[in-house]
Design a binder for this molecule. Sequence first.
Ligand code: AMP
Ligand code: MG
Length: 281
Amino acid sequence: MTTSHALRLPSGPVDLSTLPTDATPGFDGDKEEGEQALLEMGAELAELQERLFAERTTGSSRNVLLVLQGMDTSGKGGVLRHTVGLVDPQGVRITSFKAPTEEEKRHDFLWRIRAALPGPGYIGVFDRSHYEDVLVVRVHGLAEPAEIERRYDAINAFEAELVESGSTLVKCMLHISAAEQKERLLARLDDPTKYWKFNPRDVDERAQWPAYRTAYETALERTSTAAAPWHVIPSDKKWFRNLAVGGLLLEALRGLDLRWPEADFDVAEQQRRLADEAPVG
Ligand code: AMP
Ligand code: MG
């Protein structure tokens, strides 16, 4: 299994061009073995998710928040389907953040984020996140530089507060190369069943690749904290991306040492009641 150790962003200045997009750190199998390894992880992921959900009945406030960031076509949706899809959807809260609405724009950038946080026992997944407010917003100058500057520390304080209140954050940047993005965009144009996924604006955004890279580097560098570290996932190989995020999620859940709640009733007494009942139905 890949581990956070192999994927965690080292502290210090970040240069994304030195971080691989097509490697498979911590895993030496091929695609078929990687897909198999992910499926095998599924049973444990599903059980631990259920334990987390069960724990809420004991008054625990613990939850997990998976943050997915990455350029267009980096595979946030693929991770949702293949990795998050391994657990019971009833225990998962997925939020896909789009450009803010008029109402959202009237509030602080964290307002809509707070509203989407997972409750006790849930695995929350952010498909894009508050990080867009220092990424696309920075690249397109959608806020004043001073406001963007303020946001890095605001994000760190916000995430520290979440961790303090019982959240485990798993932050993943899905790292693809510009060449891989081009192939994926072209593949969408080759296949009529994928036209709906194609947005001509993605080609405009692609032209801003260097500006996005700088914005990502700054964001990663300034918001990778001990409480909420960043992981950079080589994502040119879809199977590795799915496996790596699965491994991180599994590690986070294992780290919670989740126990099934004790019965808060007398089990033997309830068994007796059912055994002794008068005919029903
Ligand atoms: P998609 O993920 O393809 O559905 O696209 C969602 C779009 O919403 C992307 O172009 C994001 O850059 C944009 N978006 C998400 N959050 C923000 C934000 N806070 N400010 C501006 N645009 C955003
Ligand atoms: Mg898109």
